[in-house]
Write a protein that binds this ligand. Structure first.
Ligand SMILES: Nc1nc2c(ncn2[C@@H]2O[C@H](COP(=O)(O)OP(=O)(O)OP(=O)(O)O)[C@@H](O)[C@H]2O)c(=O)[nH]1
Ligand SMILES: [Mg+2]
Length: 304
């Protein structure tokens, strides 16, 4: 343990790992970004946005929570989805506490039942965040809390709006209370262990996810092929490739006269500039990699 981490803490300092689990689209990544005050995990209104374990570090005077944002859990059949659900559930063994998230405005009974079954044997505090309360009338909240109380023995249940930061501090207080005392795992300035290069690729994937419809988001993987800082550190040049499964998808992603790809590139570039605090030159390529989402070797190559 780094000495500088030690000196910042007293005997009552709380620290630990927390997995954020839930059905696709529950708002897990939105909550992580809200808590960190910075966007490190991509979000969208389409389910199955997150595909990897995303680590985010929440620091304050008396505590450090290391969050593991995970892909939405659902009954998966496709190889890519089976893989990402495995990733989500595998983190439970590595954490001190589980934060289960459910969307009160659009429940997912199948995924929720699957999650509760998986969590039944877990001997760690499990906190339930009932998210998106901004989307339902106040009067319907109490019966929802009642139903969840009857279903599972949660350490705490906190209604929140991750998007509007409603009751998020209350949720954090409930989590910190149940964390072990101990030294922080990361420096107090760190917010993630993810390389900027990876997050930049995710930003590109998010824009492709958000700016295209139907099958394109799910058929797209992104690799960052070059990430070079200019000598004076004022400009970062990035080359990224969007991999799709079919020629027709490539056509949609590129758009008429390249318009769609330009739109994706421009939106991603702005976001990456915000992340890096430098100017960014972003060049995008599109490649057809036949049926990559069903090919174990390709999945590995794309980081899944
Ligand atoms: N109204 C409202 N929308 C929310 C709230 N939290 C998240 N959302 C929206 O819900 C959608 C899904 O959010 P994400 O954070 O991507 O959900 P996720 O659980 O990470 O989804 P996966 O990664 O696909 O499992 C996005 O459009 C968010 O803006 C909330 O508190 N209120
Ligand atoms: Mg997510």
């Amino acid at each position: 343990m780094n000495e500088s981490h030690r000196s910042a803490t007293g005997p009552n300092f709380k620290s630990g790992f927390v997995a954020i689990l839930g059905a696709p689209n529950a708002g897990k990544s939105t909550l992580l970004n809200t808590v960190l005050g910075e966007k490190i995990s991509i979000t969208s209104k389409k389910p199955q946005t997150t595909r990897n374990r995303i680590l985010g570090i929440y620091n304050r005077e008396d505590a450090q929570i290391v969050f593991l944002d995970t892909p939405g859990v659902h009954r998966a059949k496709q190889p890519l989805n089976v893989r990402i659900v495995e990733v989500a559930l595998s983190v439970v063994g590595d954490v001190d506490q589980v934060l289960l998230m459910a969307d009160v405005s659009a429940p997912d009974p199948d995924a929720e039942a699957l999650l509760l079954k998986k969590l039944a044997a877990v001997k760690k505090p499990i906190i339930l965040a009932l998210n998106k309360i901004d989307r339902i009338p106040k009067s319907s909240l109490l019966p929802i809390i009642q139903r969840w109380t009857e279903r599972f023995n949660f350490a705490a249940i906190v209604p929140i709006s991750a998007k509007h930061r409603t009751q998020v501090d209350q949720l954090l207080a409930d989590m910190v209370k149940r964390l072990p005392t101990g030294y922080p795992f990361y420096g107090s300035e760190d917010i993630t262990d993810l390389p900027e290069r990876f997050i930049a690729g995710e930003m590109v994937r998010e824009k492709a996810f958000r700016l295209t419809g139907q099958e394109i988001p799910y058929a797209t993987a992104v690799t960052v092929d070059a990430f070079d800082e200019d000598r004076d550190g004022k400009l970062v040049r990035i080359h990224a490739t969007l991999h799709v499964e079919r020629d027709s998808q490539k056509g949609i992603l590129i758009g008429k006269g390249g318009a769609k790809l330009r739109q994706i590139g421009e939106a991603a570039r702005k976001e990456i500039q915000g992340l890096l605090g430098t100017k960014v030159f972003l060049k995008l390529f599109v490649r057809v990699e036949k049926n990559w989402s069903k090919d174990t070797k390709a999945l590995q190559r794309f980081g899944y």
